[in-house]
Design a protein. Structure first.
Length: 197
């Protein structure tokens, strides 16, 4: 019994049929995605016609100058679609004269030796800077409860550097810095450091 010959996979008819099949699958996929895109586009347009969105309305922005008190007064305006809209109109009122007295108390910055640091026993410079909204008039440094002879150096009208050279023995040490401005307000900072070999 004779066996039939195997089909010729390299024949031109077979290649053309395979190519037509691949192109058909690609076209079908492309048409499917086009239909899905058109469906969602039509769905979005239909939804937007059912619930109209109001167009955004821009109102002028009020900018308050430093030292002004801003008072917001709500008013009601009618939007073009007839729905009520709440609009806030800001007006500025000058601050009363007592606003100057509400400035912050001065504060201490850049303490040296740094808080929690270790320094070698012996000569050390204890330092802090006082800063405030008003001019600084005094800066005091206490080391382990004793006042140090402080030298002052003005950095600006509201920043002063106070420093004192002293000697420390091995062990923990506590520094307390106090700053005073020309309006009598005070600020302080307490920190510790350790002298060890």
């Amino acid at each position: 019994m004779a066996r039939p010959a195997p089909p010729d996979d390299g024949s031109p008819v077979r290649l053309v049929a395979t190519m037509v099949g691949i192109v058909g699958i690609l076209l079908l996929g492309s048409l499917t995605w086009t239909a899905v895109g058109a469906f969602f586009s039509a769905l979005g347009e239909a939804a937007s016609t059912l619930t109209p969105r109001p167009t955004p309305t821009r109102f002028p922005t009020a900018v308050a100058a430093l030292g002004d008190v801003v008072v917001a007064t709500p008013t009601q305006r009618t939007a073009p679609t007839g729905t009520p809209t709440l609009v806030v109109i800001a007006t500025s009122t000058p601050l009363p004269a007592t606003a100057e007295a509400s400035r912050r108390a001065p504060w201490i910055l850049l303490p040296r030796p740094a808080p929690g640091s270790r320094v070698p026993p012996g000569a050390v410079t204890v330092e802090a800077r006082g800063r405030g909204d008003a001019p600084i008039t005094a800066l005091r440094l206490d080391l382990d409860g004793a006042a140090l002879p402080v030298s002052l150096e003005q950095r600006s009208e509201s920043i002063w550097r106070g420093f004192a050279s002293t000697s420390v023995i091995a062990g923990p040490h506590s520094v307390h810095a106090t700053v005073v401005d020309n309006e009598g307000r005070t600020g302080s900072f307490r920190w510790t450091f350790e002298a060890s070999p």
